[in-house]
Design a protein around this ligand. Structure first.
Ligand code: GLN
Ligand code: ZN
Length: 786
């Protein structure tokens, strides 16, 4: 890493730091680990591939940590976090700290090393990985701890203390960050085979002794502050769960004495009851709140904040890439200052900066106007500090005025506002139509079947076919303008032809074109819609070494011209079988992008919906009679708190319906979702009113049963994936037939479709051909038995 921060001599920033200590109080909840150019990703993958040593990986990691600490010190941040670095995941780090390694990994009980750590994260030749799940409502995934009554916690990873010391050796006193004991337990799951009555929270007594040891070592190493992340406090918790916080921190109180203790929350406001519990916790010196997503936080604090405690005010958004509106934040902070007092207010980020991009400095493709509207993690640190300085009476006028100018330019820019789109969305909201299709699904399916003539248990796939090196290369070259449009179209056409021919040979009933022209299901549409921008390095960690680069929605969304029609009609012309037109739905485009924060999310979603609606109608006009609108990420956007879920589901489902309410009964609308745990949102799924829904199923048959029963009442087609596309394993015909048979036990045969779990993009043709062949054979076999 050759950042300017690194060139800065230790002596210089120590003196800077001394000056900053007097003047201001600023804090960062956490920082991205991946590095400005994904250095950690490449180091990890090279190590996993056996191409580099553990030491090389450790060196890259140490360089990243030191450059981050120095960067924050140089910016003047007072409370700099440590232990927010991770080789894979911070929850897994906590599992390692606590020695809570599931027995199947055969851990020897010594300090946990890469072997055991990465086996838990990724599995090894003989044992699969631990389960991974979404971190609250972010796109980050953590490794779920598996705990049972006989778990033996022991202090097995000294990472927190080591990293504290490492920073100290660089001359930087940091705030070590630990996942709080209660959130750790609430985020865990009972190990396999554990009795239903087992309560994870009952483990708290066994857990706290380890926390005490860590705290005491940190104290010994010179730490003066410690941060416990307890984000589960923003969830809908039961009284006994809240009580666990009270108990745990009372128990920890004596070990914490002599230390300043920050208890940090994020991602939403803390509900009123939990707020009382939190602010009464023993041993705490300060409390951190999300003032961006936590829209009621200010009210709660006004309603009563304990005197003498520090308030860490998260006003700089850690979940987005927008520059802070400094003037407005300053107003909020002044209000807070009036409540808690000048010396008790600390300016902070709304959550860890893990969820935003790393450094705007590396963006060379974005123009200056758009760049002036943005702040990635490195810039957010500067914003936090600028706010702290301003409050301390050292306002950097030029920084504030250029920020105000950028905010104003964003408000008035013709690139942001599109009158026509505004008019259309206003009309949409004004209309009292709920944008439903005119005919009910049973009659529509009848009308569709008249011309589709599908057999019972029709077979199809989800959209993408394997993306060969050649296809990827051609796409890249075309984008870089190294090959002509003509040559590009020729290659893609050949690829589509190949995919069509293969499906005909396999005897699949409803075909796809294979999506060879798409790099990513959201990016492909974003690039063709107005109102979107793309970064070159705006990566955000999704899990382990995997990162995503969300498009940036900065303005009103419109569709200058058709996006998929030429490819889809080309593909349809190659076969007599029905060819699915393939689109990404508005909610998924929204949820996988960085969304503008100057209007409610649902407004932006409606705008995207109107653009996709035009595309659906153009496809229909071009003679495409089956159109799939993927909503892979619909569930992902579900708010954390139950009280907010109904509103989200309402506009999300409405947006989907807008895309296809205007089409003929004979046009069949499919949707696809990459998950199956929607027992709780089944009514919303039904309200989407698609003709056919394909879903992931291979890992969760039982859970789906209740959903299926609803589906029977509903009458639409359902295609629960008959095999897992995440694995290279080729399922046999018998196995697939068996699976379909199980589905037939709960579903009527006339609504069941046969398809894989998801797109085949990441698989090889050598896997896809036999797997699909077996899938079609299984469907045919069962048809003869019905
Ligand atoms: N149509 C997309 C594909 O097949 C769907 C991908 C997804 O659901 N994630 O790749
Ligand atoms: Zn999927």
């Amino acid at each position: 890493i050759s950042s300017s921060a690194q060139r800065l001599s230790v002596a210089r920033f120590s003196s800077l730091r001394r000056a900053s200590l007097r003047a201001m109080t600023s804090h960062i909840v956490g920082y991205p680990r991946m590095g400005p150019k994904r250095e950690l990703k490449f180091a990890l993958e090279s190590f996993w591939d056996g191409k580099s040593s553990a030491e090389e990986l450790q060196n890259v990691a140490a360089d990243l940590r030191s450059s981050i600490w120095k960067q924050m010190a140089e910016a003047g941040i007072k409370y700099i976090p440590s232990n927010t670095f991770s080789y894979y995941d911070q929850v897994l780090d906590t599992t390692a700290m606590l020695g809570a390694v599931p027995a199947r990994y055969g851990w020897n009980g010594n300090e946990i090393g890469f072997d055991t750590y990465f086996s838990m994260a990724r599995g090894n030749a003989s044992v699969p990985a631990m389960e991974m799940t979404k971190w609250f409502d972010t796109n980050y995934h953590f490794i779920v701890p598996e705990l049972g009554p006989d778990v033996n916690f022991c202090y097995a990873s000294h990472k927190a203390v080591d990293e504290y010391k490492e920073a100290k050796a660089l001359g930087i006193d940091t705030v070590p960050v630990l996942i709080g004991p209660v959130s750790y337990l609430l985020l865990s799951k009972p190990a396999k085979g554990v009795e239903k009555s087992f309560s994870l929270l009952s483990l708290v007594d066994k857990l706290l002794p380890i926390y005490k040891k860590v705290v005491s070592e940190l104290k010994g190493a010179g730490a003066t502050w410690i941060q416990f992340d307890e984000p589960t406090l923003v969830m809908d918790l039961e009284p006994h769960q809240l009580h666990a916080f009270t108990e745990a921190y009372s128990e920890l109180e004596s070990s914490l004495s002599g230390l300043n203790v920050l208890i940090e929350t994020y991602f939403a406001d803390v509900p009123a009851e939990a707020f009382k519990t939190l602010t009464s916790l023993k041993g705490a010196t300060g409390f951190g709140f999300d003032l961006v997503r936590g829209t009621r936080t200010l009210e709660l604090i006004k309603g009563g904040f304990p005197s003498g405690k520090h308030l860490f005010a998260g006003v700089v958004d850690g979940r987005n890439i927008w520059a802070n509106d400094l003037a407005s934040s300053l107003g909020t902070l002044q209000t807070l200052e009036g409540i808690v007092g000048k010396d008790k207010l600390v300016i902070s980020t709304s959550c860890s900066l893990l969820h935003t991009a790393v450094d705007l400095v590396n963006e060379t493709k974005l123009d200056n106007e758009i760049k002036s509207w943005l702040a990635f993690a490195a810039q957010k640190i500067v914003e936090v500090n600028a706010l702290a300085k301003a409050l301390a009476g050292q306002k950097d006028e030029s920084f504030f005025s250029s920020n105000a100018k950028a905010q104003a330019s964003k408000k008035s820019s013709p690139r942001v506002t599109n009158e026509v789109v505004q008019k259309d969305t206003t009309a949409l909201k004004g209309s009292d139509s709920d944008h439903c299709r005119a005919t009910n699904v049973i009659d529509r399916l009848d009308a569709q079947q008249k011309h589709l003539n599908l057999p019972i248990l029709p077979t199809t796939t989800i959209g993408s076919f394997p993306q060969t090196m050649d296809v990827r290369r051609v796409r890249r070259e075309y984008k870089a303008k190294k090959i002509s449009e003509e040559d590009y179209v020729k290659v893609i056409k050949e690829e589509i032809q190949k995919v069509v021919k293969l499906q005909e040979e396999l005897d699949v009933d409803v075909l796809v074109h294979g999506e060879p022209e798409r790099n990513d299901m959201v990016e492909y549409f974003g690039e063709q819609l107005s109102g979107f921008a793309f970064s070159a390095n705006g990566w955000v960690q999704s899990y382990g070494s995997r990162c995503v680069k969300p498009p940036i929605i900065y303005g009103d969304v419109s569709r200058p011209k058709a996006m998929t029609v030429s490819w889809s009609s080309m593909a349809q012309s190659m076969t007599k079988r029905p060819m699915k037109g393939m689109l990404t739905g508005p909610v998924t485009i929204l949820n996988w992008s960085f969304v503008r924060n100057d209007q409610p999310r649902h407004e932006t979603c409606y705008q995207i919906a109107l653009a996709i609606k035009d595309e659906v109608e153009d496809l229909e006009k071009a003679g495409v009679t089956v159109i799939q609108i993927d909503e892979a990420a619909l569930r992902e956007g579900l708010p954390l708190r139950k009280s907010e879920q109904a509103f989200y589901l309402d506009w999300a489902v409405h947006s989907f319906r807008i895309t296809n309410c205007g089409i003929k009964d004979t046009t069949q609308i499919h949707t696809h979702m990459c998950y199956s745990n929607f027992n709780d949102i089944i009514h919303s799924i039904i309200d989407m009113d698609a003709d056919v829904i394909t879903i992931e199923n291979s890992r969760s048959d039982e859970k789906l049963l209740s959903v299926f029963r609803e589906g029977v009442k509903y009458g639409a087609g359902i295609g629960p994936g008959v095999y897992d596309i995440h694995s290279p394993r080729i399922p046999s015909t018998e196995e697939i037939a068996d699976r379909i048979n199980k589905m037939l036990q709960v579903l009527e045969s006339h609504i069941l479709w046969v398809n894989p779990d998801c797109g085949l993009k990441t698989r090889k043709y050598t896997e896809v051909k036999p797997a699909l062949s077996n899938m079609v054979a299984a469907a045919k076999l069962l048809r003869t038995q019905l």
